[in-house]
Ligand binder design. Structure first.
Ligand SMILES: Nc1ncnc2c1ncn2[C@@H]1O[C@H](COP(=O)(O)OP(=O)(O)OP(=O)(O)O)[C@@H](O)[C@H]1O
Ligand SMILES: O=c1ccn([C@@H]2O[C@H](COP(=O)(O)O)[C@@H](O)[C@H]2O)c(=O)[nH]1
Ligand SMILES: [Mg+2]
Length: 240
């Protein structure tokens, strides 16, 4: 079990984030995190911490979900895969389920407001303040809508850079019964990724928030590039 603890140096980092983002915060999403809630016991999570948001970007099969699991283990983040949240909506027979299913089958992008509502719900009901938002934003429109609705920007952005042939190979071998893991849909997803997701990557690169990870090699070899990103943020490491 990992502990939800953070080293004192993170407080400095969090305050820096508040200062950087103060113009866009407008007390929307932040309100959930600034409410004073007494500590249940020494060393447990305090809800008054500023959320630390990492966007995890990369093409289909680039290994986002796989690497997120390792970050969760080592650094105590909450992993929110936008794709998983959408698949959960389909499975729960929600009113939007059929539309989401058809969109995913076509490798297209679900309307921003819907995806953001699902992400927001998860964040607001979480006791954690460190979030990995995996597979979102997928377009500039997604990005701008997130910033407007949530009133917050990501602290950092990871980008898993993987050659197309490797991504296709991994997705076709994934074997998890996903409706979009077939060659026809993969080709569509790759086109959407190039046209709509890469501009988001470029945006964060120009903002100096992007960590580009060369996503080839074994899972552990790739994680060797990921680990120092979080270790350098001085979160207390919760498990080796
Ligand atoms: N470095 C790696 N080498 C070989 N296979 C890998 C590697 N990393 C992940 N995989 C495998 O590739 C498949 C895709 O990985 P993963 O689901 O993490 O990708 P993803 O970026 O989340 O994809 P998607 O965007 O489609 O959800 C999985 O079956 C996973 O086990
Ligand atoms: O923000 C998002 C995330 C995902 N989608 C749709 O879901 C599939 C699968 O997403 P993965 O991240 O690969 O699990 C994706 O191709 C989109 O169709 C979305 O619309 N918006
Ligand atoms: Mg994934």
């Amino acid at each position: 079990m990992w502990r939800r603890v953070v080293s004192a140096s993170h407080f400095t980092f969090a305050h820096k984030s508040i200062a950087n983002n103060k113009d866009v915060c407008k007390l929307k999403f932040w309100e959930a995190f600034t409410t004073e809630i007494p500590l249940k016991e020494k060393g447990t999570f305090q809800r008054d911490k500023t959320p630390f948001i990492t966007f995890v970007l990369g093409g289909p099969g680039s290994g986002k979900g796989t690497q997120c699991m390792k970050i969760v283990e080592n650094f105590g983040f909450t992993h929110l895969s936008a794709g998983d949240l959408l698949r959960r909506e389909i499975a729960s027979n929600s009113a939007d389920g059929t539309m989401i299913l058809n969109t995913i089958k076509e490798g297209k992008i679900v309307p921003s407001e819907l995806t953001i509502r699902l992400i927001q719900k998860e964040m607001e009901s979480s006791d954690n303040y460190k979030f990995l938002i995996d597979g979102f934003p997928r377009s500039e429109e997604n990005r701008i809508a997130f910033e407007q609705i949530m009133g917050v920007e990501p602290d950092i952005v990871l980008f898993f850079d993987c050659p197309e042939d490797e991504m296709v190979k991994r997705v076709l071998n994934r074997n998890q019964g996903r409706v979009d893991d077939n060659i026809v849909t993969i080709k569509k997803r790759l086109k959407v990724f190039d046209a709509l997701n890469l501009p988001v990557v470029k945006y964060y690169m120009e903002k100096g928030k992007l960590y580009k990870i060369k996503a080839v090699g074994t899972v552990d070899e790739i994680y060797k590039q990921v680990y120092p990103v979080f270790a350098s943020l001085n979160f207390e490491q919760v498990r080796e």
